[in-house]
Design a protein. Structure first.
Length: 271
């Protein structure tokens, strides 16, 4: 059996959380990540028949029975993941009843997964029905994206359109736009269900006055989605109070999207 601390999937996860903390996206224990793992790959590092303990998830995730996930722990700080992954992370498998997680590794201090695991599982289920390659759900609190929530209408078309205007790359990176939810109580199945409904249509969902959810096929892609939104939001916040002299026009956005061959939200442009 190989040493799990040498596993590429663990190293990449640790590097990502370290970078997110460095950027200020995940203060204190803010934010959480879940990664769907490949059973064969994990089996090289762990005895998959050895269940440390079982933990109720508070949600029926029958479509995910047997799936393995690496998940950040509840109350854990992203800044500590790199130095002590076994305490701050866990690898779980959704048990045969669909409502229980089998702990295969991690949470060594007796902890458990993030309280938003049900929201993550709902989003995984929603995205897998749209894109079978999806395996990442990432939630964080990027500073400028969050600041923008307070000064911009929380309307999906308007919010997306504003961000598309900020950087030439935006409509290419997230041509499907951004879903937006009003403020809702976090850590509940209600916000998870609302997010999952948006995930059928978007890869990015803003939680009003809270943060953002992003999904993708790998950590790089998902990080890059949020990173691009955050850069655009930063430009908006730096210029929102100034006279707008130049902008990327809607016909130019259309030309750009079509030049790159992306399937963009035509209804989000004013043509």
């Amino acid at each position: 059996m190989k040493n799990i601390f040498d596993a590429p999937f663990l190293k990449e996860f640790c590097a990502t959380t370290k970078n997110m903390y460095r950027l200020g996206w995940d203060e204190r224990n803010g934010g959480n990540i879940s990664v769907m793992l490949d059973e064969k790959e994990v089996g090289e590092y762990l005895d998959l028949n050895h269940v440390i303990r079982t933990i109720p998830t508070g949600f029926d995730a029958k479509p995910l029975i047997g799936k393995l996930f690496m998940v950040t722990g509840t109350g854990k700080y992203f800044k500590n993941v790199k130095h002590d992954p076994e305490t701050n992370l866990g690898i779980i498998r959704i048990a045969a009843d669909g409502t229980t997680a089998e702990l295969l590794w991690g949470y060594k201090d007796g902890g458990k997964f993030t309280s938003e695991l049900p929201a993550h599982l709902m989003s995984h289920m929603a995205r897998l029905s749209v894109d079978p390659q999806n395996r990442i759900v990432m939630h964080c609190h990027p500073t400028y994206t969050l600041a923008m929530n307070y000064v911009h209408e929380l309307d999906e078309k308007k919010f997306t359109h504003t961000l598309w205007e900020m950087c030439t790359e935006c409509i290419v990176v997230f041509p499907d736009g951004i879903g937006v939810l009003p403020w809702m109580l976090c850590g509940t199945n209600e916000i998870g269900e609302a997010t999952a409904a948006k995930m059928k249509e978007f890869r990015l969902v803003v939680w009003g006055m809270h943060g953002i959810y992003g999904v993708g096929k790998d950590l790089d892609e998902t990080f890059g989605l949020i990173e691009t939104v955050e850069k655009a939001a930063q430009i908006y916040m730096l210029t929102a109070h100034l006279p707008r002299i130049n902008t990327i026009k809607d016909d130019e956005l259309q030309t750009l999207a079509e030049a790159f061959g992306v399937n963009y939200r035509k209804d989000f442009l004013n043509l």
